[in-house]
Design a protein around this ligand. Structure first.
Ligand SMILES: *Cc1c(COP(=O)(O)O)cnc(C)c1O
Length: 415
């Protein structure tokens, strides 16, 4: 029988072990629920890391994909791709952008953003102005370029030499950013809400400060909205919360609700910078991915999904706060829209495992933050159930930590 154990064995023998040991093979999904190969049901409060924002297999997206698959799946960018042109128009209508370019993943569009910022500067000011300031604790992807941009030692170590041209500053500390700016700087890149970094939002004041500084020095402000965009934070795009628009924005994850696609959005300054031959990719903006993304944007906007995300997020955090009030290992419950982090004073890996055992999928980032990213179509009842499971598991963990502390204390008394 092809059960979890069968796939676990297969994965262990045939897949490179970069994702660590995994026990669950998910084989089917609907809305906020998924089923594994043993037939167990889970509430999916990770949504493929903020990818399945409309839930699993939303009918409108499935229909659009099937229709497009029957018509045309790939042609290359030597020809105009009809759904790609439509998608670009839609993204421009819905955002600050004037032009778009498509690729297949988040890392890839971030690479594009860096190339775009460097080229803008080179065209206007000549060579030597190529540095981009990124934030500590950020995450921008796994290519050599993007681990160089990412301000976290753990993704970079062992892969040196890295790409040069990145400097790191602290999010929410304008002075630390200003200190990195020099005559070599061409841009500043950040996530309006850090995802992998533990659900940490840039303040509106910082975003305004960065915008002013970028305008003053003609630097390009780049927002990586790959995780926090697409309705996750209560607006279609996270920048709309602060009203501070970037010059360049990257989208990926939820744009295709599971179809791999990334978008690079450029405002007025960067609309015409990439001239023929400057950039490209074979699959980028392929008909299937674009048809899916068009359906996603239609659903998001016509059904008021971002507003729903804002309301559900408030409800979920409210319930988590009520259920875990006074719990010693909970340091903070924070978030925005349906992007929530529960920061613990201890490692969170066991909490994730125990939640899964009780039928709830969440994840842990930076070692101690339980990251909760349900599909945006999640119901209040599903949020209630998930909050209940999380609170139960964390209460158990709290108990264990307390016991451990008492033991350590007794140990010290004895010696
Ligand atoms: C996931 C993520 C990326 C990388 O996207 P991939 O599609 O995995 O390459 C980049 N930036 C942020 C903020 C992300 O969350």
């Amino acid at each position: 029988m092809k059960d979890n154990a069968y796939y676990k064995d297969l994965a262990a023998r045939c897949l490179m072990p970069n994702y660590g040991e995994r026990d669950i093979a998910l084989v089917r999904g609907e809305g906020a629920r998924v089923w594994d190969a043993d037939g167990r049901e889970y509430l999916d409060f990770l949504a493929g890391i903020s990818v399945n924002n409309l839930g699993h297999c939303p009918p409108a997206v499935v229909e659009a994909l099937c229709a497009q698959a029957r018509q045309l799946m790939h042609t290359s960018n030597f020809y105009i791709i009809a759904p790609q042109a439509e998608l670009a128009r839609r993204l421009c209508e819905l955002s600050f952008a004037e032009r778009c370019l498509f690729a297949n993943s988040g890392a890839e569009v971030n690479e594009g953003a860096v190339k775009l910022a460097r080229l803008y500067s080179k065209r206007k000011y000549g060579a030597g102005r190529h540095e981009i300031i990124t934030m500590r604790n950020s995450f921008h992807g796994r290519t050599i370029g993007m681990i160089s941009a990412t301000g976290q030692e753990k993704v970079r170590k062992d892969f040196e030499p890295l790409l040069e041209g990145f400097r790191y500053a602290d999010l929410n500390n304008l002075d630390s950013v200003l200190a990195q700016i020099s005559g070599a700087t061409c841009g500043i890149m950040l996530e309006p809400v850090q995802g992998e970094g533990g659900i940490i939002a840039a303040s509106a004041a910082i975003l305004r400060g960065l915008r002013e500084e970028c305008d003053r020095r003609d630097l390009l402000l780049i927002f990586d909205e790959i995780q926090c965009g697409m309705g996750r934070c209560g607006k279609l795009f996270a920048y709309q919360l602060s009203g501070v628009a970037p010059d360049i924005m990257t989208l990926a994850k939820a744009l295709g609700n599971g179809m791999p696609i990334g978008a690079l959005l450029g405002g007025a300054k960067t609309a015409d910078i990439f001239t023929p031959g400057a950039h490209g990719t074979t699959f980028g903006g392929n008909p299937l991915a674009c048809a899916a993304a068009l359906a996603v944007l239609d659903e998001m906007t016509s059904r008021g999904i971002p507003e729903l995300s804002a309301r559900r997020g408030e409800f979920l955090r409210g319930r988590l706060r009520e259920l875990m009030a006074g719990c010693a290992i909970v340091r903070e419950i924070r978030g925005i829209g349906l992007m929530t982090g529960v920061e613990l004073t201890c490692p969170g890996a066991d909490v994730v495992k125990k939640c899964a055992a009780r039928g709830l999928l969440v994840n842990c980032t930076v070692g101690c933050v339980i990251r909760i990213l349900p599909p945006l179509i999640v119901t209040e009842d599903e949020c209630e159930r998930a909050a209940g499971i999380i609170a139960e598991v964390i209460a158990d963990e709290n108990e264990l930590q307390q016991q451990k502390e008492n033991q350590d204390h007794n140990q010290r008394e004895l010696t």
